[in-house]
Design a protein around this ligand. Structure first.
Ligand code: ADP
Length: 708
């Protein structure tokens, strides 16, 4: 409807123009007639002028007469046609036939130009035919043939041209108006969306600015940037983004820039606000077009608080690490400090046990030994636990004899089982190979812990250890270890908590059974470090089963392996016979430990020389050929590692490869590795078990004695 109205208005406007053209054409035509026609020339001129006047009156009064565009278009056409037809039909002139065509052309042009509407154009055509016919009847001076040829064809052509042109013009106007309308609408939409974008930018809850890509000149800032930085919008427009950066020596400020893509990046800066205070910011820049020019949309993240927290976090983490290290150091020192006197207590008690004592005195000494052993277990657990917590445990992978390892566990614990009158059995299925590669020390530790617990918490029945092969491929085997007991069991609500450090199922446990509540935690962690899982099934007063799976490398089962029999248990008499009169250098700074070791060694019939520190030991080795050195680790002047390295260097003596056994109060996991690295052959911890020491000495010296 709106478009129809618009078209009508346009037609009206154009027809007014058309009317004016028709007025001029009629006046000119009248003047032309005045000069061409001789007879009654004023009639012809008058008719033309009358037509011009009618047209002029029609335009001037079109509003009062309510003439629409179409009707107004018809008036000049019809008046001009009438004037033309009158002249054409009344004047019998050859010349006029030519004039007719000229006038007709003007008429066609004017008609095409003026008329838009099909209804009016058909009416106009009918009017043209009737008026022509009427004038022919009235004044005809030419033949009907001439009339039809000159007039009929002319009028017909006019009608066709008019109809076609009307339609074409109508469509053209319509499409012009529609596209103009669409353009207008999209312009309005664009304006609205631009406004929306501007609002989105200005009211955005993130501080944002836009700067030129080339000059870094700030082109726009949003409200938050203004309130944050304190500069006005006008002040910002005079700045570049680098004016906001703190002027610093970049070498000592960590600024990082991370490229997200070729055009976008994230960077960190220190920005200075108008009031000179500083903030840490993270700028996220994206390439955009702003006013048709390359620019960057920069969003500003204030990371001052985050950085502050991060710094605090790093500082407290460092502090925690430091205190953990101190704690480790403290535990290591404490262990050393406790072990040294414990060596004296246990060693001397053992010596005392051998002297002439009455039954009661024996009983008391046994109690001292038992208490000392319990204390040692606790110290060892605490140390292992702190080592594992500090992540300093390394899992070894060495070939070992599994049968042997299981026997050792049984040998150590069977005494306790027998004391309680319960059984302890070990069974291994046939598919389990004898020699495997893995960490035998840790396996031993886990088994001793779990089997030790099982014995501790069982009063009737006993404990069984079973080993199965779960599955194996060419070079790996997975073994399941089950430790089943018929003891007190664990209440189901306590099962989860017993794996926590320093936790026991019942608060009375320490009183009745001793222990620290660390054994299971250590075992579990050692198993998990080897990618295994410790599982537990337990029923109160029926018993518990602790199971774990561990994977091992399958060591080559050579004949030699089979022949590698366990150390044949030799009688001490045989050993002592073989070792009689060997020369041992004892390197030890602690007077009680000196006394103890000398007593033990001399009782075995060995010749013992004493060096009070590493430096003296190195000297003494140069003077006498010893069969073996027992080397303390921490000593004044020169420690055991250093002394070993000196001796091994060969600068001081000929037999620089003589066996050296470390004898240390430091029992931290990994300590043995340190000793081997320094060049020692074996390692024994203080307080030492005399039998163990004797075997170690025999292992080191016997081969030499045989070859000698
Ligand atoms: P500890 O034995 O030094 O107390 P553990 O970590 O080895 O510490 O064990 C934690 C607790 O788990 C024990 O105090 C005991 O309550 C419970 N527990 C462990 N093994 C058994 C078992 N075989 N039977 C019954 N209770 C057990």
């Amino acid at each position: 409807m709106k478009i129809q109205q618009e078209i009508s208005n346009r037609i009206l406007k154009q027809h007014c123009l058309g009317c004016k053209v028709a007025i001029v054409v009629n006046i000119l035509w009248g003047v032309f007639n005045y000069f061409i026609i001789e007879e009654n020339k004023w009639v012809y001129v008058g008719i033309n002028f009358a037509a011009a006047t009618i047209i002029a009156l029609a335009i001037m009064n079109r509003e009062r007469l309510k003439l629409n565009g179409e009707v107004l278009g018809m008036i000049p056409m019809l008046t001009t046609l009438t004037a033309f037809a009158y002249t054409y039909n009344t004047v019998d002139l050859e010349v006029f036939q030519k004039m007719t065509y000229t006038h007709a052309a003007v008429f066609i042009g004017a008609g095409m130009f003026l008329l838009w509407h099909i209804k009016y154009s058909i009416l106009a055509s009918i009017y043209a035919i009737i008026i022509n016919l009427a004038f022919y009847m009235l004044f005809c001076t030419i033949s009907v043939n001439d009339y039809l040829i000159n007039g009929g064809i002319l009028i017909g052509t006019v009608a066709i041209f008019m109809i076609v042109s009307i339609q074409v013009r109508y469509k053209l106007v319509l499409s012009e108006i529609t596209s103009q309308k669409a353009l207008e609408e999209s312009r309005l939409e664009l304006k609205a969306s631009e406004e929306q974008h501007r609002l989105l930018f200005e009211k955005n809850p993130t501080p944002m600015l836009i700067c030129s890509l080339e000059t870094l000149q700030i082109l726009a800032v949003n409200d938050l940037v203004i309130s944050k930085y304190g500069y006005s919008r006008e002040e910002f427009m005079k700045m570049t983004i680098t004016d906001l950066h703190k002027k610093i020596d970049y070498s000592d400020v960590i600024l990082h820039t991370k490229e997200i893509s070729a055009d976008d990046n994230i960077s960190e800066w220190v920005h200075v606000l108008k009031d000179s205070s500083e903030i840490d910011v993270e700028l996220i820049a994206k390439s955009i077009k702003y006013d048709e020019r390359p620019a960057r949309l920069v969003s500003i993240n204030d990371v001052t608080e985050v950085n502050k927290y991060q710094d605090q976090l790093i500082a407290s983490k460092q502090e925690a690490e430091k205190s953990k290290e101190l704690q480790g150091q403290f535990l290591s020192n404490m262990s050393h400090e406790i072990r040294t006197p414990m060596n004296g207590i246990m060693g001397i008690t053992r010596i005392l046990q051998k002297s002439n004592l009455n039954k009661e005195q024996h009983h008391f000494l046994n109690a001292i030994i038992k208490s000392s052993e319990n204390l040692m277990v606790i110290i060892n657990d605490v140390l292992d636990f702190s080592k594992i917590e500090a992540g300093k445990v390394v899992i070894e992978n060495e070939r070992f004899d599994l049968e042997d390892a299981l026997d050792v566990v049984q040998e150590i614990l069977v005494v306790k089982a027998e004391e309680k009158g319960i059984y302890l059995t070990v069974a291994k299925d046939e598919k389990v190979p004898r020699f495997i590669s893995g960490d035998s020390v840790r396996l031993n530790q886990i088994l001793i812990n779990l089997v030790g617990n099982a014995i501790k918490f069982t009063e009737k029945g006993g404990v069984s250890i079973k080993v199965h092969a779960l599955h194996s491929d060419e070079d790996r085997i997975k073994l399941r270890f089950d430790i089943r007991d018929t003891g007190i069991g664990i209440p189901s609500d306590k099962i989860d908590s017993i794996f926590q450090s320093f936790t026991q199922a019942s608060s009375s446990t320490t009183r009745t059974h001793g222990g620290t509540g660390l054994g299971l935690t250590i075992s579990k962690q050692l198993i998990e470090m080897q990618n295994g899982i410790l599982a537990i099934e337990s029923e109160e007063s029926k018993g518990s089963t602790f199971s774990f799976d561990l994977e091992f490398d399958t060591a080559v089962q050579t004949e030699k392996s089979e022949n590698e029999l366990r150390v044949v248990a030799r009688s001490n008499d045989k050993i002592l016979g073989d070792l009689n009169g060997i020369d041992i250098l004892l390197v030890e700074d602690h007077p009680i430990n000196q006394m103890l070791a000398i007593k033990v060694l001399e009782d075995w019939g060995f010749n013992v020389d004493l060096a009070e520190n590493g430096l003296i030991a190195v000297e003494m080795v140069g003077q006498k050929a010893y069969d073996l050195i027992l080397m303390d680790i921490s000593m004044p002047e020169m420690d055991g590692y250093e002394a070993t390295r000196e001796i091994r260097s060969g600068k001081h003596c000929e037999n620089s490869d003589l066996p050296i056994v470390a004898m240390t109060a430091s029992a931290l996991i990994g300590e043995n590795q340190k000793c081997y690295k320094a060049g020692m052959n074996d390692y024994i911890t203080k307080p030492f078990d005399p039998q163990n020491l004797l075997e170690k000495i025999y292992n080191q010296v016997s081969s030499k004695l045989k070859t000698a």
